[in-house]
Design a protein around this ligand. Structure first.
Ligand code: MG
Length: 159
């Protein structure tokens, strides 16, 4: 049976933090604020997959009150979620993510992100859809105050 899930996340951009998106570090004058590495792309993606298997959300599984997750790479969350899928006999069919960021330029890094995310999830990069857009200078994302991401995931669960 096919299941779909949706995910959405936002993190503020602040000085003095490194910028991690899609599991890789990008050169930028600011980074995302958060308990983990604050990889907003992965957080939206993780919520989409958890949604597809009806298993809560990222805050429930990896709470920001837990010291275990402080400063950790968000790829760790994806690897944990992959284990949850395996335990259920679930197959991740595909995921698709849209990142909304005014800067830096994401396009040159998309291929690398797809490879890294696919490895963490145990799927080939062709099952990882990844797009980036600006917010046309509108709103918090347009002013460069934060970065947002939305994601969907499709999972096949055993009958
Ligand atoms: Mg988050």
């Amino acid at each position: 049976m096919n299941r779909v899930g949706i995910g959405y996340d936002v993190h503020p951009l602040v000085e003095g933090r490194k910028l991690f998106l899609g599991g890789i570090e990008l050169a930028h004058d600011k980074g995302l604020e958060g308990h983990s590495d604050a990889d907003v792309l992965i957080h939206a993606l993780a919520d989409a997959i958890l949604g597809a298997i009806g298993s809560g959300d990222i805050g429930q599984h990896f709470p920001n009150t837990d010291e275990r997750w402080r400063g950790v790479s968000s790829l760790v969350f994806l690897r944990e979620i992959r284990k949850m899928l395996d335990q259920r006999g679930a197959v991740l069919e595909n995921v698709d993510v849209s990142l909304i960021a005014e800067a830096p330029k994401i396009g040159p890094h998309l291929a690398k992100m797809k490879t890294v995310l696919g490895e963490a999830l145990g799927v080939t990069p062709d099952r990882v859809g990844l797009k980036a857009t600006t917010n046309e200078k509108l709103g918090f994302a347009g002013r460069g105050e934060g970065i947002a991401a939305m994601a969907v995931a499709c999972v096949t669960l055993p009958e």
